[in-house]
Design a protein around this ligand. Structure first.
Ligand code: FE2
Ligand code: FE2
Length: 347
């Protein structure tokens, strides 16, 4: 649609899904040391499952990464939720509601995937609320106009897809399977944002200006979503060896830039980088790096909306306590009734 070239990414998701099924048919002979068996599974591109032995550092890395990912999905509902009541039409409102609801679902799949590593959802949520675990820095920027919803879909969900498609081949089974499902849904998010921007950029001069302004503000924070440059990335090398990660931060960032240039052309909007140009030798675009000092400041809690996002999340958690308690009591009652029925049937 509109020159949108995300289709190859979706093909990669499908091919990861096919390979996942194919790998489950192959067997790796058990035997040798636990570490040897683990290495053999990873080398054979099979999946490590919750029942399998795994190095403690692998487990910890996955918990940190999956939790950060889950928290991002949940906190990421806030900047967009801000526009649900102000969407310009009923149709736009329904689409945005569905999108924000999808993000809640992504958080759920990911918390469930993290739980298979032996940590509870309560612990994860508490770590977020106490500031011991992070979420993506991008969600600490404000959504000032309706065009921001377009820019988030196009650039933020777009960057998320580029980051996440390779995770469909992650060596940890529950994470890889969650990512396949998430990526399929993310592609709709990207399209809805792109379509909003396309409508605005082909509308009145004021609408066009609003679209351009949103792209100007979201471009560099989106580039920063790929993390620090490879030289400064602390976890990269080991994660690549474990096949949790398949490409470096800089490789993925470059892929994203190259994709956006073509799409911006179709939108008729400019990417706010005077240094952006095609480099024949590299077969890729040269571009200006985002401000990584700003990225670090935002990660540390000094972004424009960090406090607001966390306060809102804490309040939602406290307000929801009665729902969790009621659900727990209901589950206990149901289990007790079932138990009593079974006992009566045996008599
Ligand atoms: Fe998502
Ligand atoms: Fe999304």
């Amino acid at each position: 649609m509109y020159g949108n070239d995300f289709a190859p990414l979706l093909e990669q998701v499908d091919s990861a899904e096919r390979d996942l099924h194919a790998a489950s048919e192959r067997t790796v002979e058990p035997g040798g040391e636990l570490q040897e068996y683990f290495d053999a599974i990873v080398a054979a591109d099979q999946k490590i499952e919750p029942r399998d032995w795994m190095p403690e550092a692998y487990r910890k890395t996955l918990i940190r990464q999956i939790a950060q990912h889950a928290h991002s999905e949940i906190i990421g509902m806030q900047p967009e939720g801000n526009w649900i009541s102000r969407a310009p039409t009923l149709k736009r409102k329904a689409i945005l509601l569905a999108k924000v609801q999808d993000e809640a679902g992504h958080g759920l799949y990911l918390y469930a995937a993290a739980e298979t590593l032996g940590i509870s959802r309560e612990e994860l949520v508490e770590m977020l609320i106490e500031g011991r675990q992070k979420y993506s820095s991008i969600f600490n920027y404000p959504t000032l106009t309706w065009a921001d919803i377009g820019a988030i879909g196009w650039l933020v969900d777009g960057a998320a897809i580029v980051n996440q498609v390779p995770l469909c081949r992650c060596s940890y089974g529950p994470y890889a399977r969650a990512m396949i499902r998430i990526c399929k849904e993310e592609s709709f998010h990207q399209r809805q944002g792109y379509e909003i921007l396309h409508t605005l950029s082909h509308g009145t001069p004021a609408q066009r200006e609003m679209a351009q302004d949103a792209v100007n503000r979201w471009w560099y924070p989106s580039l920063a979503m790929f993390g620090p440059p490879d030289g400064d990335s602390t976890h990269s090398e080991r994660s690549m060896a474990w096949k949790i990660k398949r490409f470096t931060n800089d490789e993925l960032r470059q892929r994203f830039v190259d994709m956006c240039v073509q799409q911006a052309g179709v939108l008729g909007l400019e990417l706010p980088d005077p240094g952006l140009r095609w480099n024949d030798e590299r077969g890729a675009h040269d571009y200006t790096q985002p401000d990584y000092d700003e990225l670090m400041r935002v990660i540390k809690g000094e972004g424009p909306c960090n406090r607001q996002r966390m306060a809102h999340r804490r309040r939602a958690y406290e307000d929801g306590a009665w729902v969790r308690e009621a659900a727990q009591k209901h589950a206990e009652k149901k289990a007790a009734r079932k138990h009593a029925e079974k006992k009566a049937a045996r008599v």
